[in-house]
Design a protein around this ligand. Structure first.
Ligand SMILES: [Zn+2]
Length: 857
């Protein structure tokens, strides 16, 4: 990267002048973004480091009114930070203001201050290629830093600003650097020039190709985890999230579109309008085009508007027309030129409108915030007053971590108890027996609205026209047994000891242990296998259930024999135990290879587990987020090496270097030609394992030698006609105005289905006989024939939660979801459901691990 000479000079001179003349510097006028950066805002994209450098400069000049709070780093190592802006008086007592706010929410004890300003949190550039946001924020920061700006200073009497100038630095930089390389001089406005055609994967996502605006509720990504830890220390009254949409579109602000989640309160609905009014005034005055109440709904909790709303804020989304397509100048189809400067002006105006609205309604906002949390604690929403989740401490651990990160209070039941409850696994209200170690979440707590949204078995959908998942209930997502109770269940128990120190009960390592046994039922166990294999420890897996040392073990159980690992010598116990401790996995030690039931530990029913070399396809043709989910899983969750292979050179890759090839979702007709498919088949026949997910699976359907077939067209028709009746001649008469709504009949955006599992097959090891999957596309496959295994299937009536269009419902009756085809010495694993979707569906992770390590051993 070369910087223009004048810019280098300016930056260098500036650094010297700060160092040499700091005392008198404050008397000079504050430098605008243009003066500081050396170019006019809107003439190019500002690199992330320069965005932060300008923020730092403003803070240095206004240390009595501004602070930078670093809150973490991205996967690529870029700093994440929030800029705090307040009056000098408020900045001095900022921590009191923060704590006073938490007291209002009931998350800290004590009495809140009466004269607290409202807290406004503005987030820019969560989607990296919606790059206008971090330009607009420079102007916003300047305005509110500038002591000469009397209106800004007056607003700060009533609000504290927390400004995140770039939520997704890795994505932004991917976009800005690319654009900087290809932009014309001057910028070329023709939509045909390459500066308007971002290459795969684009800058929208973070390093691992996650959409950070689908991660607020799940917090699977480092950026979200670190940001929300800080957010939860503040709980602002307003959160606004700045985006861009298609370059042809105008501007969007609130009120949001339907559906609203039913737990968006009347006050929050009202303020969607109030803040909308402030925006409308400025957009009307300038004659700028905009729309509201369309497209952007308030339903699924994954977003930067909904998740803050379920935490008591007014959650806002702003969308400017532009995004990665628009560059600095862009000729739209109507002939007008959209400029980056226009886009900046709009986001800048919306930022001001939001701050003005909050300042003008400061008292009401605080009053309503108090009420929101008082209601949450004393009059929680919904019919269920407590939720109970049951499972071993090991399987509950990820949920417990998650609840803690969300500031959701919970306890352990502490006794056995019979009661009536809604049972998530069969959808019935019935008598159930709860266990002492069950986790109890009472609705009488500050975060009860969030609890309801995350736990309720079925979220009420006032309108099905939404563009995201419609079901996400945590017991399904975590693969745990859940109950919902209409009574407020008290929890008096302590956390089970096994949750913190899983191997504290093992006998002394005196060399008499014949083998260590590890159950196979959680991601921790998968991590154990991963780390053992990488340390060259030999691991075997029981293909059948057995009983040893007085305990029963299911198929899939890992066995680490001393006799198999003589290379470790007398370090055997220490190595195995320390690796288990390092991942928190639980071991059982046995002194004999004899099984009191089932096969002995040395039997040939106990198979050695290989250490597979895994390749993962990426690049144009694959779906970037689907690829990223697999990549993130290997590197950040499982801790196992994976070689990423680009579609552009896949043809030249010697496949015999790999044991497993994962094809994430994508359009493989564009990736694999006939010859490559043949090569792939010969590699499988000679012992390779192909894992085909979603679109890769549908690409293979009907191809020569693949067992997978789609169902005949008429079997997926809806039953509008009785069998044998003449076709309905009016079927083609459709109303134009309802086309969008009708298209929903063919969709499933994300609904929970109970998949029946054959858990005697290695692909389903560690599972009961069913698995709740988040189904997001109309699977429509025949059951696999001879030589193949239908490991996971949907039969009729297995929908558990969420919206499914009527045409899709028929397709989802009787289809294979998870299957394995034996092909020569290898296998093809079909994963019609993506068990790693958005990294939050914990229930599916072992299934994917099975596809990599267990199948074909
Ligand atoms: Zn966006």
């Amino acid at each position: 990267m070369t910087l223009p000479f004048t810019r280098l000079l300016r930056a260098g001179l500036l650094a010297m002048s700060i160092a040499a003349a700091a005392p008198s510097f404050a008397q000079q006028a504050l430098q605008s973004p243009e003066q500081f950066l050396g170019y006019k805002l809107g003439s190019r994209f500002t690199y992330h480091a320069d965005v932060l450098r300008y923020a730092d400069y403003l803070v240095q000049q206004n240390a009595d009114r501004m602070r930078v709070v670093p809150y973490g780093r991205t996967y690529e190592g870029r700093p994440l930070e929030v800029v705090q802006i307040a009056t000098a008086r408020n900045l001095q007592r900022l921590d009191d203001i923060r704590r006073s706010n938490l007291r209002r929410a009931g998350l800290e004890s004590g009495t809140p201050n009466l004269d607290q300003p409202a807290i406004v949190w503005l987030s820019y550039n969560v989607h990296g290629n919606e790059a206008v946001s971090s330009e607009a924020v420079l102007q916003v920061l300047y305005d509110f830093a500038n002591p000469q700006n009397k209106e800004a200073q007056a607003l700060l009497e009533r609000v504290v600003l927390l400004i995140d100038p770039c939520v997704n630095p890795d994505g932004r930089e991917r976009y800005a650097q690319w654009y900087g390389r290809v932009a014309g001089a001057p910028a070329n406005a023709s939509p045909l020039s390459w500066e308007h055609r971002e290459p795969w994967p684009g800058g929208r996502f973070n390093h691992y190709m996650f959409d950070l605006n689908r991660d607020w509720a799940w917090q699977t990504q480092r950026e979200s985890q670190q940001r929300i830890a800080l957010y939860n220390q503040w709980l602002p009254q307003v959160h606004a999230d700045f985006h861009e949409m298609s370059a042809e579109a105008p501007y969007y602000f609130s009120p949001a579109a339907k559906p609203f989640h039913e737990d968006i309160t009347p006050y929050q609905r009202k303020f969607q309008n109030v803040i909308g009014d402030y925006n409308r005034q400025v957009f009307d005055k300038n004659g700028w085009l905009y729309f509201s109440r369309e497209t952007y709904d308030l339903f699924a909790p994954s977003y930067g508007d909904t998740w803050p709303s379920f935490n008591g804020a007014i959650g806002m989304t702003y969308e400017q027309g532009g995004s990665g397509r628009a560059g600095v100048r862009y000729i739209k189809s109507d002939g007008d030129t959209l400029t980056l400067a226009d886009r900046i002006a709009h986001h800048h105006a919306a930022s001001w409108a939001t701050i003005r609205a909050a300042a003008d309604h400061q008292q009401e906002m605080l009053k309503q915030f108090d009420k929101y949390y008082q209601d949450a604690r004393q009059r929680p929403r919904g019919r269920y007053k407590s939720y109970v989740v049951s499972g071993s401490p090991e399987r509950l651990a990820p949920l417990v971590d998650y609840l803690q990160r969300q500031q959701i209070q919970f306890g352990y039941l502490g006794e056995r108890r019979k009661t009536q409850a809604y049972n998530y696994s069969n959808g019935k209200r019935e008598g159930v027996t709860l266990q002492p170690t069950d986790v109890v979440i009472s609705m009488y707590q500050p975060k009860s609205t969030l609890v309801k949204v995350l736990f309720e078995p079925q979220a009420a959908l006032e309108d099905s026209l939404t563009y995201d998942i419609t079901a996400w209930s945590l017991p399904y997502a975590y693969g745990l047994q859940g109950y919902a109770l209409t009574s407020n269940l008290k929890s008096g128990g302590k956390a089970p000891a096994a949750a913190s120190k899983p191997n504290s009960g093992l006998p002394a390592a005196d060399g008499t242990t014949y083998a260590y046994i590890a159950r196979w039922n959680s991601l921790r166990d998968a991590r154990l296998l991963s780390t053992l294999l990488q340390r060259q420890v030999r691991v075997r897996v029981a293909y059948q259930p057995f009983e040893a040392g007085g305990q029963k073990f299911q198929a899939g159980t890992l066995i680490i024999n001393r006799g198999n690992n003589q290379g470790l010598g007398n370090r055997f116990d220490a190595v195995v135990r320390s690796l288990a401790d390092s991942v928190g996995a639980e071991l059982t030690a046995v002194k004999t290879g004899f099984a009191s039931e089932g096969s002995d530990l040395g039997s040939s029913n106990v198979h050695g587990v290989g250490r597979p070399n895994v390749a993962l396809m990426a690049g144009p043709g694959t779906d970037a987020t689907a690829f990223g989910e697999v990549w993130h899983f290997f590197e950040q969750q499982l801790g196992y090496p994976v070689s990423v292979i680009g579609t552009d050179y896949f043809a030249s890759v010697p496949l015999n270097k790999f044991d497993v090839l994962v094809l994430p979702d994508g359009n493989y007709a564009d990736v694999l030609n006939e010859r490559q498919l043949e090569n792939l088949k010969s590699w499988v026949r000679s012992g390779g394992r192909l894992v085909a997910m979603e679109g890769a699976m549908s690409y293979l359907a009907g191809k020569k030698d693949f067992a997978l077939k789609t169902k005949p067209a008429d079997s997926s028709r809806t039953n509008t006609n009785k069998k044998g009746a003449a076709p309905d001649p009016y079927r083609q008469l459709r109303r134009y105005g309802t086309a969008e709504r009708e298209s929903l009949q063919g969709q499933v955006q994300g609904s929970v289905y109970r998949v029946e599992l054959d858990n005697t097959h290695p692909l389903a090891f560690g599972y009961p006989n069913n698995y709740y999957a988040l189904v997001r596309s109309p699977l429509n496959y025949q059951f696999l024939g001879e030589g193949s295994w239908n490991v996971g299937v949907l039969k009729k009536g297995q929908a558990a939660s969420g919206f499914t269009g009527s045409q899709v419902r028929a397709k989802l009756n009787d289809t294979v979801v998870l299957g394995v085809q034996e092909m020569g010495r290898g296998q093809v694993v079909y994963l019609g459901d993506n068990p790693l979707f958005r990294g939050f569906w914990q229930a599916g992770k072992l299934l994917f691990t099975n596809a990599i390590f267990m199948v074909g051993q």
